[in-house]
Every structure is written in structure tokens, then in C-alpha cells.
Ligand binder design. Structure first.
Ligand code: NAP
Length: 271
């Protein structure tokens, strides 16, 4: 079985969502049918996400919950306690996927050490799967060497029509590592694109649906975020939209290396 079969391809992102907006959005997402929720220690909303999950009444085994360890915990002392703290906030005994949110800036912390802690978290039953986020090809290679074949469940990276990340995606695919594409809408930018609008019009759907269908056509999981019930419903409905090979190629051609998530501690991105 490939990893694609184990992660619900469509998830709901929670970056920037706080307090009541976060709670209501996650509740709505679960009500309309999302079963995959993506959070992170740095989002500061694990407690709220956990409350929304608990109050939804949805059985734990129907949910796929991801959290991510922040860069200040990438060491032997802080790592596992931070994961236990995340679980406590989420009110869960384990997460389904635990990610290294960003590679340690300038390799300040040893990858051997923090991936060792990640593997330990899995052995301890704190997470079912482990993976990485924002890892470049070279870092994926190092992580594969450290963790061994088949251990890296996903590399969660920015993927949308203006940053298709094709080289990294191909490398991961060749090595059995699934990609989760984050910021699928480039935080709204690509929803105004004319090529995408034309394809949407031809299918009688929204540009958001076309973008999600494009991500799914490439076999990616994707985690759009929304605070509106109508948008959440639309985003879920996108799974039923099939684009032609020509439409997929036309969207591929929109790539312009337009990266949204580029903090000053970013790794040296693949060209
Ligand atoms: N691993 C990482 O380092 C990393 C980095 C960034 C993000 N992420 C993850 O990726 C998730 C998604 O990224 P993001 O939230 O930054 O950006 P995004 O999903 O690309 O865009 C979110 C924006 O799109 C709007 N939107 C959503 N559905 C829509 C629809 N159907 N029609 C029109 N507008 C729609 C939302 O507004 P409304 O609320 O009005 O719908 C919101 O303003 C994050 O929440 C986070 O979980 C991970």
C-alpha cells in the first residue's frame, strides 16, 4: 500500500486561525466532512483544535490529525516533552502524523539527533506516522539515510500553481515519499488567475475547486484553510472534479517560483 492510501488527500489547514474563529472553522470543517486536520505547535491553536475535535463527537479512528514540532524543540531535551505537551493540548493519546516543521536553521541542531527523537516518538506510540516539512532534496536524502527506507511518510511543502515545486515532487515520488502540498491557493493569489478562471468556467465550478483538483491530479494531499462553511464545502467538493491532461498541463505552466512561505530561516531551496 502506498502512503497516499493512508492519508486523506484533502485536509483542513489551521495556520493563522485563533480562538473562536479556529474553533468554529474546525467544527464546520468536521461537520461538512473533513477528517484530516493540520495544526502545529507554533500556530498556538492545538488546544482549540483539540476542543473542536472533541466536541464534534467524531470517533478518533475516523480522524487524521497532524501536528508539527517547532524549530526550538529540535533537540534531545525539548523534543519528546514538546510532543507530549502537544498531545495534552489536543486531548489526544497520539497524532496520526508528526512532522519536523522546518529543518534546523543552518543545520544548527544535528539532524541525526532530532530525527532520532522523531523516530523515538513513533516507537513510543505518540504518533502513527512521521515526516518532515520544508525539506529540500538534499535534506530529504539525509533524512532517508538517517531514518531508513520507508520511514518518511510525507514531506509537507508549499505547492500551488505559482510554485509547482516539480523537481522536489519528482524526487520524493521516485523515493516513495508522499507530498502534502500546503498553501494550495497561495493564500488567495491563484484564485484570481485567468487561466484557472477559464478552466473553472468551462466546468461550471469555482477557481478554488480547480486548484484543489489540480493538486489531487498530481497525487498530492493538500490542506486548504478556510473559515467559511461555503468555502469548506466547495473545497471538499473539489475531490469530485476531474481535469483533463491538457488542463493539468496548462496549470503546470503557470509556475513562476512565487513562494509565499519564505522566512529568514528557510533552507537553501531547490531551484
Ligand atoms: N508546513 C508549513 O511550513 C506550512 C506553511 C504554511 C501553511 N501550512 C499549512 O497549509 C495550510 C494552508 O495554507 P494557508 O492557510 O496559509 O493558505 P491557503 O489555504 O492557500 O489559503 C487560505 C485562504 O484561502 C481562502 N479560501 C479558502 N477556501 C476558499 C474558497 N473555496 N474560495 C475562496 N477563498 C478560499 C481563505 O479565506 P476564507 O477563510 O475566507 O475561506 C484564506 O484566506 C495552513 O493552514 C497550514 O495548515 C503549512
Amino acid at each position: 500500500m502506498t502512503t497516499q492510501n493512508l492519508i486523506p488527500q484533502l485536509g483542513m489547514g489551521t495556520f493563522r486561525l485563533e480562538d473562536k474563529v479556529c474553533y468554529d472553522s474546525v467544527r464546520m470543517a468536521l461537520e461538512v466532512g473533513f477528517r484530516h486536520i493540520d495544526t502545529a505547535q507554533i500556530y498556538g491553536n492545538e488546544e482549540t483544535v483539540g476542543a473542536a475535535i472533541r466536541d464534534s463527537g467524531i470517533p478518533r479512528d475516523e480522524l487524521f490529525v497532524t501536528t508539527k514540532v517547532w524549530k526550538n524543540k529540535l533537540n534531545r531535551v525539548g523534543f519528546i516533552p514538546s510532543v507530549k505537551d502537544s498531545l495534552k493540548k489536543l486531548g489526544l493519546g497520539h497524532v496520526d502524523l508528526l512532522l519536523i516543521h522546518w529543518p534546523s536553521p543552518e543545520n544548527g541542531e544535528s539532524m541525526e539527533e532530532y530525527l532520532g527523537e522523531l523516530a523515538q516518538a513513533k516507537r513510543d506510540g505518540l504518533t502513527t506516522h512521521i515526516g518532515v516539512s520544508n525539506f529540500t532534496i538534499a535534506q530529504v536524502e539525509e533524512a532517508r539515510r538517517i531514518l531508513g527506507e520507508g520511514e518518511i511518510f510525507t514531506n509537507q511543502v508549499e505547492v500551488h500553481p505559482y510554485l509547482t515545486n516539480e523537481k522536489l515532487r519528482r524526487h520524493c515520488a521516485e523515493n516513495g515519499i508522499h507530498i502534502t502540498g500546503y498553501m494550495p491557493f497561495a493564500v488567495g493569489k491563484v484564485l484570481e488567475d485567468e487561466t484557472i478562471a477559464d478552466i473553472a468556467e468551462a466546468h461550471g465550478v469555482s477557481t478554488a475547486e480547480v486548484v484543489i483538483a489540480w493538486e489531487l491530479a498530481h497525487g498530492l494531499a493538500t490542506i486548504p484553510s478556510s473559515t467559511k462553511r461555503s468555502h469548506l464545502e466547495t473545497n471538499l467538493k473539489a475531490a469530485t472534479l476531474t481535469l483533463s491532461a491538457e488542463e493539468v498541463s496548462a496549470i503546470d505552466a503557470l509556475d513562476r517560483g512565487d513562494r509565499q512561505a519564505a522566512p529568514d530561516f528557510s533552507p537553501e531551496w531547490d531551484a
